[in-house]
Ligand binder design. Structure first.
Ligand SMILES: Nc1ncnc2c1ncn2[C@@H]1O[C@H](COP(=O)(O)OP(=O)(O)OP(=O)(O)O)[C@@H](O)[C@H]1O
Ligand SMILES: O=C(O)C1=C[C@@H](O)[C@@H](O)[C@H](O)C1
Ligand SMILES: [Mg+2]
Length: 188
């Protein structure tokens, strides 16, 4: 497959990044529906490849191999597909090649949530996120703030505190339409 280059902004993939549990999967699905686009959840795709949930992949295959497949999968989509809404796994964007591919070919939205708000969500996700298991709350907090450095490389940040998924999705749609109209006004 040939690489896509010089992608018009209206055709660029939209990628959601941010710490695990901030709502990338939930919000990404809604954005895709609102924009009539296909949705790709990277974790779900990797689960399909292995035929098992992420927790099992970490146990049976190991995190290093998971990260290798995750990187290859994302870079391939960025280089060969357009018009998609893509929700990354929370750790994917820590890999430099992933960041480079996303920033050069897609529009990257960082879903930001405060540590205080995020902590309330921990019980919802702890069992299905192997990276959080066997860690103290302090260690998770360290990881939360350490990862912000990578997430700070984005095209747009959406603050999500005290907002439901529908509202966050509406904000992203409004923001992207604004960007489309500025950089590629309709009719051009
Ligand atoms: N805006 C929101 N308000 C309250 N709860 C939310 C919101 N968005 C998502 N959730 C809930 O938080 C949990 C995690 O959401 P989700 O799986 O979408 O996160 P994620 O960013 O995709 O995580 P990961 O990085 O692990 O893939 C789910 O139980 C979801 O229902
Ligand atoms: O933040 C992370 O490192 C992860 C987040 C999830 O989306 C999964 O990709 C996996 O559980 C690892
Ligand atoms: Mg997700």
């Amino acid at each position: 497959m040939s690489e896509v280059s010089e992608i018009p902004i209206r055709e660029k993939n939209i990628v959601l990044i941010g710490f695990m549990g901030v709502g990338k999967t939930t919000v990404g699905q809604l954005v895709a529906k609102k924009l009539y686009r296909d949705f790709i959840d990277i974790d779900k795709e990797i689960e399909k490849i292995y035929g098992m949930p992420i927790t099992e992949i970490f146990k049976k295959v190991g995190e290093a191999e998971f990260r290798r497949v995750e990187k290859e999968f994302i870079v391939n989509i960025c280089n060969h597909q357009t018009l998609k809404i893509i929700s990354l796994g929370g750790g994917a964007y820590l890999q430099e090649e992933v960041r480079k591919a996303c920033l050069s070919k897609c529009i990257v939205y960082f879903l930001d949530l405060s540590w205080e708000s995020w902590k309330e969500r921990l019980p919802l996700i702890i069992d299905s996120r192997p990276v959080l298991q066997n860690k103290t709350l302090h260690e998770i907090e360290d990881l939360f703030f350490k990862r912000r450095r990578a997430y700070s490389l984005h095209n747009s940040k959406i603050s999500t505190n005290n907002m439901d998924a529908e509202t966050i999705a509406n904000n992203i749609v409004e923001s992207i339409k604004f960007a489309w109209d500025i950089y590629q006004p309709q009719g051009e």
